[in-house]
Design a protein around this ligand. Structure first.
Ligand code: AMP
Ligand code: GLY
Length: 425
């Protein structure tokens, strides 16, 4: 089977690495991929979705897998399907679950799926009145896609109102902020739970936990994610059962009822408050960096899994995972997440330690291969060092051993990934 992966981050690199282990996959293309993904397959630089579909047709691609949200929200799946091409991901309509926070919140409310109390509005007066009815901190969200930056946790009523003012006026997020969601702050712990869906059926993946803040101890600004691990002991059987009954099943039924059956990865951003899982948000794709830890745990051949999901045949599949743990530590460039950093060469020391070699890998993300043939750190999140082990401690130790082998100027990473599991697990 020939597979095309759309995207170029660590998530897509990890999907490519998993496909590489599946003997039925003979060739992988990345559009656009990154400076290291050409070791797994072939990078192609086609940005236009119509042209990409032409490429897929001409090169007899059997399956396209879409990594990031933007192409999904823009309708890449619809374009491919209109041309009779097989693609794994939700339609533009179904991708509104991520593309519009208002759509998502109203959907949750229509289907009685537990979430934070909220209003959606484009009126400063209504927003202010609702803000006054809540206790600080107060959460203000821009409706549209903002590259992960559209959520403000305001410490005071004044700050919340000011955030709303700046969003509605277009100052903060242009069109994406012209309508806002205001919601109560939920105090608990977060999980990332993924369901592979085929419109009808679903398969759940082991729950992961991301670390969104830049600094140790969950301090500093929000980022795209500084590290993750899976499975997390913070999600027990009961939480899984509640998520299936209260969230996954009503979501798939609801989407079908509303004429937009959900096929693709349903990413549930969950906050557990006093043992009860509530939905913070949906995404319609794998999390990054969660995908980098989940892919190596997948025992079922990845090509078969995504192919069955894209053809509506998940029912035929029994998904299997290795009974192990994975911890991933993001290495970011100097000025992340504030501004870009100058390119710097990446040097990875030879790993002589067999145990480390066999139980770890690097998922490359913001890297470019320059004309000198060397790999340079050119993005915010540069790569993820993933360690695997029989326990979270062992996986984490290996991840950090690998971190010690990787060098580039200005590198930064958190030193406490998986701390919540080790404190509470
Ligand atoms: P989102 O993009 O909606 O996941 O929000 C980004 C981050 O903001 C989440 O991962 C949470 O850490 C935080 N967040 C969002 N909504 C809430 C909420 N209602 N209560 C507490 N934290 C929240
Ligand atoms: N890791 C969080 C995200 O991908 O949105």
């Amino acid at each position: 089977m020939k597979v095309l992966i759309v995207g170029g981050g660590g998530r897509e690199y990890a999907i490519g690495s998993a496909l590489k282990r599946d003997k039925s996959v003979e060739k992988i293309y990345f559009a656009p991929g990154n400076g290291a993904s050409d070791e797994l397959g072939e990078n192609i630089s086609i940005g236009d979705y119509g042209e990409l579909a032409d490429f897929a047709k001409k090169n007899s691609i059997d399956l396209t897998i879409v990594g990031p949200e933007a192409p999904l929200v823009d309708g890449i799946v619809d374009i491919f399907q209109e041309r009779g091409l097989l693609i794994f991901g939700p339609s533009a309509k179904a991708a509104q679950l991520e593309g519009s926070k208002i759509f998502m919140k109203n959907f949750l409310s229509r289907h009685g799926i537990p979430t934070a109390k909220y209003i959606e509005t484009d009126s400063l007066e209504k927003a202010s009145a609702f803000i006054e009815s809540l206790e600080a901190p107060i959460v203000v969200k821009a409706d549209g896609l903002c590259g992960g930056k559209g959520v403000i946790i305001a410490k005071s009523h004044e700050e919340a109102k000011e955030s709303v003012r700046r969003m509605l006026s277009g100052d903060s997020f242009a069109e994406a902020g012209k309508r806002v969601v205001i919601e109560e702050f939920l105090d608990g712990y977060e999980l990332s739970v993924f369901a592979i869906c085929d419109g009808e059926d679903y398969l759940l993946l082991p729950a992961a936990q991301d670390h969104k803040r830049l600094l140790d101890g969950d301090e500093g600004p929000n980022t795209g994610g500084m590290g993750a691990y899976a499975p997390t002991p913070l999600a027990n059987e009961e939480i899984y059962r509640k998520l299936e009954e209260r969230v996954v099943i009503p979501t798939l039924e609801g989407m079908k009822e509303e004429g937009m059956p959900f096929s693709g990865v349903l990413f549930m951003g969950v906050m557990v408050v006093d043992g009860e899982p509530l939905i913070l948000e949906y995404n319609v794709r794998f999390g990054d960096p969660e995908c980098e830890e989940l892919m190596p745990l997948l025992k079922t051949p990845a090509g078969e899994l995504f192919y069955k999901a894209a053809t509506g045949r998940l029912k035929e599949l029994q998904i299997e995972f290795y009974d192990r743990y994975a911890v991933g530590v993001v290495m970011a460039s100097k000025n992340y997440p504030y501004s870009s950093s100058p390119p710097s060469e990446i040097i990875v020391d030879d790993i002589h330690h067999e145990e480390l070699k066999n139980n770890s890998y690097i998922a490359y993300a913001g890297v470019t291969r320059m004309e000198d043939g060397k790999l340079y750190a050119t993005g915010g999140r540069v790569l993820v060092c993933v360690g695997l082990g029989e326990s979270i401690e062992e996986a984490r130790e290996r991840a950090y051993m690998l971190v010690g082998q990787v060098h580039f100027a200005g590198k930064q990473c958190r030193t406490d990934i998986a701390y919540q599991a080790l404190e509470n697990g």
